[in-house]
Design a protein around this ligand. Structure first.
Ligand code: DAH
Length: 340
């Protein structure tokens, strides 16, 4: 019987070594050492044996038992080791692995258009000149021939901090600052920047927007020089098929003054819904600098003259990209911004 047990334990050891997981090892362990296990049974029989055989049998069984236990422990350790290696293999985090790529942004469409305008005019020799957005009443109005009580002030009425200090209503005050700074003509500058007006927001108005002002002061400049410069700018930005025109208008700081129009890009000047069937879209104002404005800037109108213009950058971007609502530029909606 003890020989049978020995054989059984040998078979069991083979099964332990071949066990594929901890459950299978446990199964064999129960068959050997469980309440009804083979070795448990043999140990229970010891007291029924003749006295002289008992200790010999006891030693024998102990040996078998130790061997079986050692085999179980060894296989379990092996299986756990395998499992750990498995975990290391499949679940480990590789901290050197690069993360998902970050989405790359790009310049806001208004910044793109402003830079394009700057690039075109810089190629003609113009320099970028910046001025303060909080402006004095004198630079914003007075120096541009808009004295107190002038009816044209109403259209540019802005946000006041004090009676003398306000958010500039246009970029035109930088004309005066530039003349004062540079002093000696010729002067060829453009002044991109923010402007503020008391306009309620709608599809074509916002209380804050951007303008780009141009100022050229030299000897014997003509309306033709101005129109040619602006035609070159418009065709560089929008394509050579665009036409431009000037219409008589009124600004206190220019004489003569004009509205400046560009042919609609959607219908090519034929007239369509987006240009209200006119074929033309208005970009801004322009004209020959008023002699008094030159004087206010410290320049002698007997010796020098010049032309100036002031265009809305949003308006120019709308013209370029066929955008029909100015508010879209400031809503930070990526579905809109990512198109440019
Ligand atoms: N400052 C004017 C405005 O805000 C635009 C303008 C018109 C600027 C004529 C000029 C100009 O320099 O000559 O609407």
């Amino acid at each position: 019987m003890i020989d049978d047990a020995g054989k059984f334990v040998e078979d069991s050891k083979a099964r332990i070594v071949a066990a594929r997981d901890e459950k299978e090892v446990e199964q064999v362990r129960l068959e050997l050492f469980g309440n009804n296990g083979a070795i448990t049974g043999l140990i229970k029989q010891i007291p029924t044996l003749p006295k002289e055989e008992r200790s010999e049998r006891g030693r024998l069984l102990n040996g078998i038992k130790q061997q079986a236990e050692a085999a179980i422990a060894a296989r379990l350790a092996e299986l756990r080791g395998e499992r750990l290696a498995d975990i290391v293999e499949t679940e480990a985090i590789d901290i050197t692995f690069p993360g998902p790529p970050l989405g790359r942004g790009h310049l806001h469409v208004l910044t793109q258009v402003r830079r394009q305008i700057e690039t075109v005019l810089e190629s003609l020799g113009y320099q970028v000149e910046l001025g303060p957005e909080v402006e004095t009443e004198w630079y914003n109005f007075e120096a541009l021939n808009l004295g107190a009580g002038h009816p044209a002030r109403e259209g540019w009425d802005s946000f006041y901090f004090t009676p003398e200090l306000l958010l500039r209503a246009h970029t035109s005050p930088v004309q005066i600052r530039a003349m004062q700074r540079i002093k000696e003509p010729p002067i060829y500058i453009i002044t991109p920047g923010r402007a503020y007006r008391r306009d309620p927001p709608d599809a074509t108005h916002l209380p804050y927007f951007s303008q780009v002002e141009g100022l050229a002061i030299d000897k014997a400049l003509t309306v033709g020089d101005m129109k040619g410069t602006l035609l070159y700018m418009i065709q560089s930005l929008y394509g050579v098929e665009r036409k431009v025109r000037v219409r008589p208008s009124y600004f206190p700081f220019t004489e003569p003054s004009f509205e400046f129009d560009v042919t609609c890009g959607i219908c090519n000047g034929m007239g369509c819904k987006s240009c209200r069937h006119k074929g033309w879209l208005e970009v801004g104002g322009c004209g020959m600098v008023h002699p008094q404005v030159l004087r206010n800037g410290g320049i002698d109108p007997a010796e020098w003259n010049g032309y100036a213009w002031g265009f809305g950058i949003e308006r120019m971007a709308m013209l370029k990209h066929d955008v029909d609502d100015i508010r879209l530029f400031y809503e930070s909606d990526l579905r809109f911004l990512e198109q440019f």
